[in-house]
Design a protein around this ligand. Structure first.
Ligand code: ADP
Ligand code: 5GP
Length: 207
């Protein structure tokens, strides 16, 4: 039986993915985008941090100077922005529109400040927090990734402790996924998004 209630007719909701640096957001999202490339698209954020080896401008982030980013924010080009570990990060309106223009469900990867900003809008996304099994495991993953200086790594660990507490606050996240075993965590992420995937397919098959 088809469900024609207002909730079912509303179409798929966008997704907000958050969690500490090193928790595995990029790894899990890349798996999702590979398996569901015709369903989900990631909005490409802007950042003032330097690209890591292998990262591409326009694909992983739009790498810009602080001046360019501040001018964009003043012009109202960003839906949200934040300062994280000494750098600016933000989601531009254009980045979201790019995904919507491809008729994909937009996934935004944002820090805690981004989550709080989006909570103040009428976007109504699915909020998913990806968390590490422990701070010790997180530290090991960040060290093994070898992408941050010791100073930046310490800043990220400090922010991670706050983020881990934030994720437990009631009413913030719809789903909390502990990324211990990668395949298990990916299975949980797919399960969390199953309703949106189903709605997306219904809308796109019937139209
Ligand atoms: P984030 O995007 O949240 O900063 P990443 O996806 O870059 O995190 O993951 C951080 C590091 O941990 C990467 O080197 C990644 O390969 C590794 N990693 C991610 N998930 C797991 C996991 N379940 N088990 C072991 N290592 C993992
Ligand atoms: P990284 O430098 O590891 O790529 O990202 C650092 C942090 O910035 C992560 O917590 C990530 O979620 C966050 N981040 C990435 N893009 C955005 C964005 O557009 N807005 C906000 N608020 N945070 C972002």
């Amino acid at each position: 039986m088809r469900d024609f209630t207002a909730k079912a007719m509303a179409g798929p909701r966008p997704v907000v993915l958050s969690g500490p640096s090193g928790a595995g957001k990029t790894t899990l999202l890349n798996k999702l985008l590979k398996e569901y490339d015709s369903v989900f698209g990631r909005s490409v954020s802007h950042t003032t941090r330097n690209p890591r080896p292998g990262e591409e401008n326009g694909k992983d982030y739009h790498y810009v100077t602080r001046e360019v980013m501040q001018t964009g924010i003043q012009k109202g080009d960003f839906v949200e922005s934040a300062e994280f570990s000494g750098n600016m990060y933000g989601t531009s309106k254009a980045a979201v529109q790019d995904v919507q223009a491809k008729n994909l469900i937009c996934v935004r990867v944002v820090d805690m400040q981004g989550v709080r900003s989006i909570k103040g809008t009428d976007l109504r996304p699915i909020y998913v927090s990806i968390q590490p099994p422990s701070i010790a495991v997180l530290e090991k993953r960040l060290r093994d990734r070898k992408t941050e200086s010791e100073d930046d790594l310490q800043k990220r660990l400090k922010a991670a402790k706050v983020d881990m507490e934030f994720s437990k606050e009631p009413g913030i996240f719809d789903f909390l996924i502990i990324n211990d075993n990668l395949e298990d965590a990916y299975g949980e992420l797919k399960q969390a998004l199953l309703e949106e995937i189903t709605k997306f397919k219904e809308v796109n098959v019937s139209s």
